[in-house]
Design a protein around this ligand. Structure first.
Ligand SMILES: [Mg+2]
Length: 198
C-alpha cells in the first residue's frame, strides 16, 4: 500500500528578525522635544550601525514616544516630516529604516484625544507588537535598543532581548537599573557590532 502523502503545509513566509530602535538619544542626539529638522543630528556612527544591521538581514524599526504631541508642543505632521528627513539623511549613507511607530499619547499631560493611558507608550510593548504583526517579526529572536528604562521594559514585555546604550539618558538609566540587568554599550555602533557578530 502506498503511503498517503502528508498534507501540504501552507506556504508561509518565515518570520523575520528585527532590531527595534528608540529614536532620541539612541539614533539622534537627545534634545528635549526635538521636532525641528534643523535641530536633528545623528549620534556619530548611528547611520553606519543601521546600515550594518540592515545588511545583515535585520529589519530596523524605530519605536518612539512623542508625548510632545499630547502636550501640544508639536503635531504628528511635524514628527512625520522629521522622519522623512531622517530617511533622506540615511539614504546618503546607503540605508534606511523599515518603519516608524509613534506614540503621541501621555497618560496625565495634555488635552484631547492624545491624553490617555494607551498601550503603545513604552515601557508598554504596543508599538513593538503592532510592528511584529505588520512585518511578520519573530519577537523572541529580535532586539530592542534604547537609552531609557522604558525602552528596556518595552522590549522585555514584547519578548525581545533589550540592550541599553549610554548615549542620551543612558548613563542615568544605567544607574536606575540594577547592575548587569541588560547588556550595556557605549553607542549604537557597538550594539550593531554585538548583534551582527553573534
Ligand atoms: Mg530615548
Amino acid at each position: 500500500m502506498t503511503p498517503h502523502p502528508s498534507p501540504l503545509t501552507p506556504h508561509r513566509k518565515s518570520a523575520r528578525r528585527a532590531v527595534f530602535l528608540d529614536r532620541d538619544g539612541t539614533i539622534n542626539v537627545e534634545k528635549d522635544y526635538l521636532h525641528r529638522i534643523e535641530d536633528f543630528e545623528f549620534i556619530p556612527g548611528a547611520p553606519e550601525a543601521i546600515k550594518r544591521l540592515k545588511d545583515a538581514g535585520f529589519l530596523v524599526i524605530v519605536v518612539t514616544n512623542q508625548s510632545g504631541v499630547a502636550r501640544g508642543y508639536f503635531g504628528i505632521a511635524e514628527v512625520e516630516l522629521l522622519h522623512r528627513h531622517m530617511q533622506g539623511e540615511l539614504a546618503k549613507h546607503g540605508t534606511s529604516v523599515d518603519g516608524f511607530y509613534i506614540c503621541p499619547h501621555h497618560p496625565t499631560q495634555g488635552t484631547g484625544e492624545y491624553l490617555r493611558d494607551c498601550d503603545c507608550r513604552k515601557g508598554k510593548p504596543g508599538m513593538l507588537l503592532e510592528a511584529a504583526a505588520e512585518h511578520e517579526i519573530d519577537l523572541t529572536s529580535s532586539f530592542m535598543v534604547g537609552d531609557k528604562v522604558a525602552d528596556i521594559e518595552a522590549g522585555e514585555a514584547a519578548g525581545c532581548s533589550s540592550l541599553l546604550v549610554l548615549t542620551g539618558y543612558g548613563h542615568q538609566s544605567s544607574s536606575e537599573m540594577s547592575a548587569q540587568r541588560v547588556p550595556v554599550f557605549p553607542t549604537l555602533k557597538e550594539v550593531s557590532d554585538f548583534i551582527v557578530g553573534k
